[in-house]
Write a protein that binds this ligand. Structure first.
Ligand code: ADP
Ligand code: MG
Length: 583
């Protein structure tokens, strides 16, 4: 590291530390992150965190610089989800902080462990509202949308702030944590000896086991053993908790079918004999006992009402006691970490012969699955040109199912829904999507985070509208030479490209983008491999080649403008229509 500067020379006449005897808060921050075992930090620099990022890089931590803070946050959140350790990202004050906060809020909703560290301006003029550079009370802005928020005002408190943030992000139900470090704290000069003394205690086990109560496990085992038509419902909490070994043991021991939520696909093979992926409605309507394993009974599951068997009962394995009963009464809650709870439940359950499962239940589901799968295959079979989502996905399906180790990132409306239904997953934590909030604008960040955290190849299948939110960060994929292939499904609009304005205007309709846009040319600007494909055969060849290259690639997948319908599979969530719009 270079020696301390002579002073900044501006009107503030800031003293500079005497290096190496003295360091600053930024150095203490970098060393604290190193102490926590952080390998990657995502972010976007500027006042007051630029030098901190350099020092972090100097400590041997990878610093992945982005073009938009929201994407840095999505990357950190995905890193946290796939690695099991809190992801970290850094933002500048005011707008940079706010841009990043959307990702931290999204992480909180999705139970991804992430720590957003933001520089903030000097406190006094903020609190007196005197008008200062990027002045914003960031701590209080963050609080309502994050799991926890802390502010550090002195350099000596930085290690404590970091440890508290990491514990809050990873322990119990994981979530997004905001750590505010003021400019004076970042720049505060501290004697090196004192700084090193602050850093000597390495925290142990930031997410300790939480054992379930034995009577809760017993109640759950009894209910399940007595069930006639039981089912397991797997959520991304189980994927995050890395309990695929125990879920397999549970399924093998009981022979009970499993249904994976979107990001739990691949926890067990989607096409296994006990996979109930294609018979969700039957599970909802007919199961008498459903075991929720790291899944919430939220809007994605009709909050436990609607189609659900009104007489059915639930077992819920979750780490968060407040989740229980939030929508529907849970007959047998098991509150604890999934590894402990599953171990205890498996040990308490009788062998298959001791279960009361109706012998016709599983064969019935298997028969129905086979029929549904055959019907679905008919949808994917026609090699329609110009392509629609199905004919395009038939090509992606062939390549991705032959490469199950490639992580699939997926967002859009029809592009999301149809891709989820089409492509089977075989490995845990290999599908990352818009998740619980069903948001748009996560794919470039999540693709970077998945590639950086795992070293694996990533394929992002995204709608043209979805791509627009984060497209500039395709350049981040290119700068870091990541093995990421981005496929833009271009049907020229939000939902599709056939919207017609109601009034006499030459402006495009609110849903219309540009079906003739050549997204592949964007890839050229940043030195990526690029492809423009118009048929399933071309797409299949391009995707195969792009993945094999292990280099950044952008494929413009040209669809017909009328492919796709408004809001994909969730059109029912729109307010009651007044007018008939053509989308
Ligand atoms: P999905 O969308 O797949 O249904 P959710 O995000 O809705 O998944 O639910 C995940 C659930 O998993 C949350 O309720 C969360 O509290 C829980 N969870 C996360 N990590 C653990 C863990 N280690 N042990 C137990 N439950 C966990
Ligand atoms: Mg579109």
């Amino acid at each position: 590291m270079k020696s301390g500067k002579e002073g900044c020379g501006c009107v503030c006449d800031k003293p500079a530390p005497k290096f190496p005897e003295q360091v600053t808060g930024m150095y203490i921050l970098a060393r604290s992150l190193k102490m926590m075992g952080v390998e990657n930090v995502y972010g976007l620099v500027g006042i007051p965190i630029t030098e901190a990022a350099y020092i972090i890089q100097g400590e041997g931590i990878r610093f992945v610089g982005f073009r938009h803070e929201q994407q840095a946050g999505m990357a950190a959140a995905t890193d946290g989800y796939v690695s099991g350790k809190p992801g970290v990202f850094m933002t500048v004050s005011s707008l940079g902080f706010m841009n990043g906060l959307t990702a931290t809020a999204n992480a909180t909703v999705n139970c991804y462990p992430v720590v957003q560290i933001s520089g903030s301006s000097v406190r006094e003029p903020i609190d007196l509202e005197q008008g200062t550079y990027e002045g914003l009370d960031q701590l209080n802005v963050a609080k309502p949308v994050v799991k926890a928020a802390y502010r550090v005002l002195k350099a000596e408190d930085i290690p404590t702030g970091v440890v508290r943030a990491f514990r809050a992000a990873a322990s119990g139900r994981p979530g997004g944590v905001y750590l505010d470090i003021t400019t004076p704290a970042l720049g505060e000069i501290v004697d090196r000896d004192k700084a090193e003394a602050l850093l000597k205690d390495v925290p142990v086990d930031i997410a300790p086991a939480m054992l379930p109560a034995p009577e809760a496990v017993e109640r759950a085992a009894k209910l399940l053993a007595g069930a006639r038509k039981p089912a397991f419902l797997l959520g991304k909490g189980a994927a995050y908790a890395r309990v695929e070994d125990l879920v397999k043991e549970l399924v093998d021991k009981t022979g009970i079918p499993y249904y994976p939520m979107s990001m739990a696909k691949g926890l067990l093979p989607d096409n296994g004999p006990l996979s109930a992926l294609s018979v969700r409605s039957t599970i909802m309507e007919q199961s008498d006992v459903v075991v929720l394993i790291g899944a919430r009974l939220n809007w994605l599951l009709s909050r436990g009402h609607g189609k659900w068997n009104p007489d059915g009962q639930f077992v819920q394995l979750d780490i968060d006691p407040q989740e229980i009963d939030c929508n529907r009464h849970i007959a047998a809650p098991v509150v604890g970490d999934l590894r402990s709870s599953l171990r205890a439940l498996i040990d308490k359950l009788p062998a298959k012969e001791g279960l009361s499962m109706d012998p016709a239940w599983v064969p019935g589901l298997q028969k129905e699955s086979a029929e549904k799968n055959a019907k679905f295959a008919e949808r994917l079979a026609p090699q329609t040109v110009p392509m629609n989502h199905w004919s395009a996905l038939s090509a992606a399906k062939k390549v991705l199912e032959a490469n199950p180790d490639v992580i699939l990132v997926n967002e859009g409306a029809n592009t999301l829904d149809d891709c989820r239904d089409s492509i089977d997953m075989f490995l845990p934590r290999h599908r990352i999507d818009c998740a619980t909030w069903a948001i748009m604008g996560m794919s470039m960040g999540s693709a970077v985070g998945a590639a950086v955290a795992t070293g694996k190849s990533v394929c992002a299948i995204v709608g043209d509208s979805a791509f627009g939110f984060s497209g500039m960060d395709f350049s981040t994929i290119c700068r870091f030479r990541l093995p990421v292939t981005v496929c833009v499904f271009n049907n020229g609009g939000i939902y599709n490209g056939i919207g017609e304005p109601l009034d006499k205007t030459s402006d495009p309709a609110p849903t219309t983008l540009d079906v003739n846009a050549r997204y592949d040319k964007l890839g050229e600007a940043f030195g990526a491999r690029t492809y423009y494909v118009t048929t399933p055969a071309e797409y299949e060849a391009a995707l195969k080649e792009a993945i094999e290259s292990k280099a950044p690639a952008l494929i413009d997948v040209q669809l017909a403008a009328d492919a796709g319908k408004e809001s994909g599979h969730i059109g029912y969530l729109n307010p009651a229509p007044l007018i008939d719009i053509k989308v």
